[in-house]
Design a binder for this molecule. Structure first.
Ligand SMILES: [Zn+2]
Length: 408
């Protein structure tokens, strides 16, 4: 356990600590003016206010989506990085992207080294809103801040502030949208709290620490082998011994869930998801950027929470269709499609008011209760929906290679 705690340092416990004090930091950022490059115009002062929407450019679509939720018709948001098929960490903007950023009235960035290109060419009188600055995350900390409820709340508030500086007459509208957003966000957070209350001692390992904050908010303990996690965070190749340790962890069902970053796929991660599939450890696929079929950051986070909950609640009271001989393990091959299962709980939309369905469920440990070799076979072949799990299905052909060559 102590060793596991060491793990958290790599993933950014410093950030978590920093987030704990984000309110104070945010206050400093506002009063100290370091969050924005302009002095605020005093609202109500006789400055000629623009008539059209505020030109907002977000580095990534997760934060761009939040800017739209807060800004509504009073903003026009462009997100530079929206694709879930590119390596976000290595992204380089095109000249046209840089030009858009330079013209923006409000630039919305993630920070912590994730998108340092976004804030290099900002207009002098533009407002800059940075998630990392709000929560006190530094370069080297886990940068996947949109998955943190504290970062989302801090960003939403800062967006209200920034938009209100540019369009003071719309301040009330920004605040009203903020309140509406907050209601949806709280519903998602309630679902997370309900999950963690109903599922104690849940654990996971990750191919990359993309969902670290989400898993932390849901009460999961990160058990990713330390050596592997370090090399993944540094975007390096995992050492063979680290890969083997990771595979052993999965084969021993040492975690309840494997988090797989589909946007950082490699031979090593394919091997890991393959091992998880054979061991009946559910694979939770998640991307860095918000998928196109999601209409908002809140909806996306909510659906991810539903998906995760779905892996655990097949043993729950109401989900009888899944109970007979079809235990948790079979979900592994479904990948994110188990969100459909979760959807039957009625939690697919923002108001997941029925989260009491989680009551009787004990953490995914039930997947190990069975004796059944037939179930193993099912899991290993990922037969039921190989088309769903794009990243993991590739390895399933090498089923019998229990110890895939970790070298290369
Ligand atoms: Zn990442």
């Amino acid at each position: 356990m102590i060793e596991r705690l060491g793990n958290m340092d790599i993933h950014g416990s410093r950030v978590v600590k920093a987030i704990a004090g984000f309110a104070a930091v945010a206050l400093l950022a506002v009063t100290g003016g370091c969050g924005s490059s302009t002095q605020a115009q005093t609202p109500g002062e006789d400055t000629t206010e623009q008539s059209g929407p505020i030109a907002v450019v977000a580095s990534i679509n997760q934060w761009g989506s939040l800017a739209e939720q807060i800004g509504g018709d009073d903003v026009s948001v462009t997100s530079i990085l929206s694709s879930t098929n590119v390596d976000a960490h290595d992204f380089e903007p095109q000249t046209s992207d840089v030009a858009k950023l330079a013209k923006a009235q409000v630039v919305v960035a993630n920070g912590a080294g994730y998108d340092s290109w976004a804030t290099k060419n900002v207009a002098k009188d533009a407002q800059t809103v940075s998630a990392a600055q709000i929560v006190g995350a530094m370069e080297g900390d886990n940068p996947h801040l949109w998955f943190s409820k504290d970062a989302r709340n801090g960003m939403a508030q800062e967006l209200v502030n920034a938009f209100s500086k540019v369009l003071p007459s719309k301040k009330k509208a920004f605040n009203e949208r903020y309140k509406a957003w907050q209601k949806k966000e709280k519903t998602v957070e309630q679902a997370m709290d309900d999950f963690s209350a109903a599922h104690k001692d849940v654990t996971y390992a990750a191919t990359e620490a993309v969902a670290y904050y989400l898993m932390s908010d849901m009460g999961f303990t990160d058990k990713t082998p330390k050596g592997y996690a370090a090399s993944a965070a540094a975007e390096g190749e995992a050492a063979p011994a680290d890969l083997q340790e990771f595979q052993k962890l999965l084969e021993d069902k040492g975690v309840d869930l494997l988090v797989n970053n589909t946007q950082e796929a490699s031979d090593a991660t394919n091997m890991i998801t393959g091992t998880a599939g054979r061991a009946d450890v559910p694979v939770f696929d998640v991307s860095e950027q918000m998928p196109k079929d999601m209409t908002s950051l809140t909806e996306w986070i909510g659906s991810l929470v539903d998906t995760i909950t779905g892996y655990f609640d097949v043993c729950g009271s109401d989900d009888t269709s899944n109970q007979s001989g079809d235990d948790n393990g079979t979900n592994s091959s479904d990948g994110k499609k188990t969100g459909d299962d979760a959807a039957t709980d009625g939690t697919s939309d923002d108001d997941s008011d029925d989260t009491d369905t989680t009551t009787s469920c004990k953490a995914g440990t039930s997947s190990s209760t069975d004796d059944d070799s037939d179930d193993d076979a099912e899991g290993s072949g990922t037969t039921d929906s190989s088309s769903d799990s794009s990243s993991s299905s590739e390895n399933t052909s090498s089923d019998d290679a229990k110890q895939p060559d970790p070298g290369k």
